[in-house]
Design a protein around this ligand. Sequence first.
Ligand code: SF4
Length: 1535
Amino acid sequence: MGSIRSAGEAVARIAYLSSDVLISIQPSLASESEFSSSFQSLAANKASSVVAKGAPEIIPVRHNTDPLLSVYRPIRSGKLTTVTTSSDVLIRSIPHLYKLAQYPVVLHVALHPAGAPDYSVITSIRQCGFTFLQSETLQEAQDLALSAHALAIKSGKGVIHFFDASALDKDDPIAFEPKDFVRQVLDLDAARAFQNTTTEEQGIYADDGRVASVAVAASQAPLTNGVNGEKAGLLTPVTPSTEKAASGPGSARDSSVGSSRRDSSSENGVSGSSVTSVESVVTRPITSDDILRYLTTIWSTIKRVVNREYKAFSYTGPPNAQSALFIFGVDTAMIGKELDRAGSTDQYANVGLISARLYRPWMGGALTAILPRSVKKVAVLEQVRRKTTKWGPLLLDMLMSLKAAGNAGPQIVGYQLGYIDSSTVQQALRGIFQNLLSDSPIQNLQIGLAEWPQPQDEDFQLRQPALENAYMKILNQVFGSRLHIANQLRSNDAGISAEISSSPEFGFGALVARTERRTKFVNEILEISKSSSFTTEVPKQWLSKWALAQDDAKKANELAEDVLARLATDGSPAASQLLENKSLFFKESPWLIGSDAWAYDLGNSGVHHVLASGANVNMLIIDSQPHSDRAAADAARRKKDIGLYAMNFGNAYVASVAVYSSYTQVLQAMIEAEQFEGPSVVLAYLPYDKENDSPITVLQETKKAVDLGYWPLYRWNPRGEEQGEENFHLDSERIKKELQDFLKRDNYMSQLMKRHPEFSANLSGSWGTEVRELQKRKAKDAYGQLLEGLAGAPLTILFASDNGNAESLAKRLGNRGKARGLKTMVMSMDDYPLEDISNEENIVMITSTAGQGEFPQNGRSFWEAVKNSTDIDLATVNFAVFALGDKHYWPRKEDKIYYNKPGKDLHTRCLALGGKALTDVGLGDDQDPDTYHTGYNEWEPKLWQALGVDNVEGLPEEPPPLTNEDIKAASNYLRGTIVEGLNDTSTGAISASDSQLTKFHGTYMQDDRDLRDERKAQGLEPAYGFMIRCRLPGGVATPSQWIQMDAISTNMGNETMKLTTRQTFQFHGVIKGKLKPAMQAINRALMTTIAACGDINRNVMCSSLPTHSKYHKEVHAVAKRISDHLLPQTTAYHEIWLTDDTKGEKTQVAGDAVVDHEPLYGPTYLPRKFKITLAIPPHNDTDVYAHDVGLIAIEKDGKLEGFNVLAGGGMGVTHNMKKTYPQTGRMFGYVPADVAHLACEKIMLVQRDNGDRKNRKHARLKYTIDDMGVEVFKGKVEELLGFKFEEPRPFKFDSNIDTFGWQKDENGLNHFTFFIENGRIEDTEDFQMKTGLREIAKVHKGEFRLTGNQHLILSNVADEDMPPIKDLMKKYKLDNTNFSGLRLSSSACVAFPTCGLAMAESERYLPELITKLEGTIEEAGLRQDSIVMRMTGCPNGCARPWLAEVAFVGKAYGAYNMYLGGGYHGQRMNKLYRASIKEDEILDLMKPMIKRYAKERDDGEKFGDWCIRSGLIVETTDGKNFHENTAEEESDEEA
Ligand code: SF4
């Protein structure tokens, strides 16, 4: 059996076993309390509680957020609730304590500050109605913790168990007691009775009148009760029948006092049988005697079971002692030791030691009972740190108790106990006894040090969590040296605690004083500038100028420098005097910084104070509570909406911001707040659970809260209208109900809706409205009505589908059922009201498989309910299940169970619920020849047969399923119904077929996947947004284009832009309403998006080559020519996007096509996407082998001569579908430069006519060439060209990565390659990259080149233009290229949250993974070595992972396939090394591998080459053997 070493651990374990709910009050979310880590390990071990079903619920609460608020909800719903806390929170919580005393809540209190605890906290709250137990040894901490729970359950009243944890921790370890011990001590029947009660829902602040009471025989109840007898109804007789009824669930509702009806113990004199057969029963409040009696019973049980004895007071010492010490507030063990050590000559030899275990109620009788009669004198040592009365309460208690015992009682002498430690204890005892034993002892003598040491209670020191630095950095960035934080933590306010100096009241006071000081200073200056105190007249003129502008921060601060300079040179005494107050010349930006603790009552008064003052003070209040926590755990906690509160005040500027949602809006709000004359409140959101939360978690939480309107982004200026502006600016889309009500009341809502009708649907569907259930019912009823009057058996078809396959099967099945005369109804599982399922006649469920064998999104809630419900009865229901999955998706044997798991589970569960299976579960497998259709085609006839409708005649012909080819053909040259879709404001989406067509226009519809689940739960459609990709041949842009792109991303997208792996700009999160304006803005920047995506030739890439600008220019011109040459000719793009809506006119960007005709493409364009790239040896920075056509530039005498042509490279793969593979381009031969565009065209045409248009997974050029053979394909191209490819010319690549930093070209111009991690251009609080690049673009005269590795080159900077550019680069930290070689060579695709195909994180995660590897890289001495590492969120391969030396390709959320052995300069593909591994496995594999590589590599040997030489992986020589000889064998058998 293990042992327990600390009081925190001992108490936490007992609390865990004895509670339904544990409120763990912690110093902060980042640091633990004495108890919290023990809770975590108990929870991690899945320990179960004795009283709760399973494990208790643990709710961590910060100590400064009015923590006891969290007790009301659980305790009032019949949950045995325990609080673990330090003593710091108690005094502030007194109002709660009075109310909670009447509930069986237990507070375990570790006295603080640790090392010198303040007992006066306990003294101060002793009359709050709780029972107080005190532990003085580690063993007692455990046993009295248990006693506290047993007593609370038995008495129905609150118990506070307190102890000096740091003193107890010095005790020897104690043994664990078995769980059974706890079971024996707790009255489990009484616990159940309480758990079956609920108290009527009351506001937290209303007293619900509850009085803990006990049922007794009427004859034993007093006629009136001393304390509570006057309360009506307390003595209501309880008849045997009502007593019985009251013991059932919800019985407390029937009780006039809301108490739990605990069983009266036999000591009451009312046994259960006597109550039911003889007398009527009444209830009366619990008395002190009841408490002592219960406790005595509890302690006798403890004695019986473990032979440890406890009494209300403990007495140790000789039975014949003449004198005794009663101590409260010092380590008893220390005093006891000293008494034991006393020699016979010491005055304190032979004395007894008394202390209270039961401190309140004070049981004087029990004290006299333990005190030997021989004791004549008692010294009462009471720690009273904050003395308010002359006599300490303990002394008075003692006097009362012993006086009650008669005059013969001992003499009582009180002492004020100061600080004593082991070095002073002897001296203190001497002093005590000298006085005590004197003839006339002095009362209230001070013992020990009056000044207590101030131990550093580090954990409970107020600290600003590191994560919150985000906002501090922005404040610093905006206001720089002008920033003054009045309540700054750790400021030098001597003698003032951090708690006080950081409070709004203190800060405000400080600010007022500061303002007054400056006003006085200004007056002095006004005076002095009229005098003749200066040596010259100059200072006077400057001072008057300054005095006039002193209120205008900008002007005053500019003038201040001048004034100071003049004063410094004046040399007069007056000037020197003014110079002593230099800082007052500058106008500060005054701020108070606080947390959401200010939103609770305890802190709110300070905020009120500032608002009410009307003073010009800015408050930044950071709220770090994740909204899901708030919504789920503790909805009843009353936290004021400070924003609304301040807006209601009417005189304050208010903004609600979130740095991880809109950085720009934070800046804007801070600037406006500062400019506002009067109080300003900026509420800043930063949700986190722990300080070390990953940024992805913080980001996701923020987005959810903003999107759902829990944390709306807005700015409110009460004087906006006076200045001709709106008062209210909504910067996000949804707002919560309360804010909406405020705006409505003030008539702003209607104005807002008028101005922004597009918001109205969202605004009225506010956060917090439970619409989901209603929607389900409505949809089903509507279906029901539709089906009315139809004959035939009903057939309900439910689907769960992520990518649409299961849904379209379900719909088709529905149509076919209808054709067979069945009344079919089709809906998603989660849209189905489950309460109807038992009434169904026939139900069919079709589900695909997501993640690790999970249900797709729209079937998860359904499955959870079906799986967990005990009431569903399918006895009269026929059912069938069809499942879609991929057998090869699970390469590891142990994961085979995931294959079609949802469908199989559903089938089994329906059988278990009594359903009758119409067929066996149908299994569709993507590996079958006709994918899942193979299995489906076998299954469906069986279903019709089982339903008796298999032989129906005259079934209508079914239209074939719509394919991409059909959509293209029917689109009228890419028009479709895009315009109609854009005009439909009822949805943020466009139709499925239009979303195929918009790709050709350079935009994809996506939805924010971070928000999918949350929006689904709210009954909302996904957060649709569009990705827009520009066409930018060779990645070259002008500075003015850069600035315009920057503005588009800020105003119309998600404030960031992505430099893609194909050298262009990409915007994300553009909502439908802003799509057209964004396209037009791109057009105004003389750029386009046409054919940036879709089955067409896309952006043409070109090496960026900063060192040879002339040569680059020549090659780039070819890239541009190819791009233009292969542009589609349709005018649809211009009509749809560039028509001026007001004039109805077309604006055109390129050419003026009159008739739609696609000479190169025809009406169905290409079978699949088509990508062309140009590379200039020795730089393969565009990955020339990875594209449909790769042109390798060949030079002669520094000039472009022609190209070696590669064809048939391509990256996209489907996991475990071996028919798909990546491929590198095959060499066709050399062509001169002037016909390169024709070679590209002809290759594209052969592909157009020969590519597979039936199977999109087999449609890329790589498969066409492999199927036809290189020579046959090449022959067809040469036929069209009319000439043959020449023999390829020699060339040599040496890398595919970028060279960072400054380089000079042959013209003497300078180029700087920035490291842009994964191509994401954004501002963060640490790094204003986007702002910096914008500032540089404003002065830059050359060009920007985007690289194929997602980095950026500032090109063509003349020497004379370097200094200002270098300054800006330095200012914005853009000159930093000092990163590890691994990081510099890494690349990741976008993936979550926007890419619809992503299976795992990529861009947001790769930097974190690299950070975790960098330590090993450093250790191995590889910091400077580049290892090409790439990551993508799915096997589509946008970051070209198959050519990396090491790659990770997303398989499921958090799981990746790992590949090794790619060629360093992109010439060779890698191969699967491990499948579906998670971060810990990745690190376990990578770290030793990196170390081995460092040791074993040959000179200059690259990582990918070493992986092959060392035998880790077999070389991939061709795409066709990519799946062969993988390091991890895939096996096909099913588990
Ligand atoms: S590789 Fe996959 S996840 Fe990444 S951006 Fe491309 S399609 Fe999306």
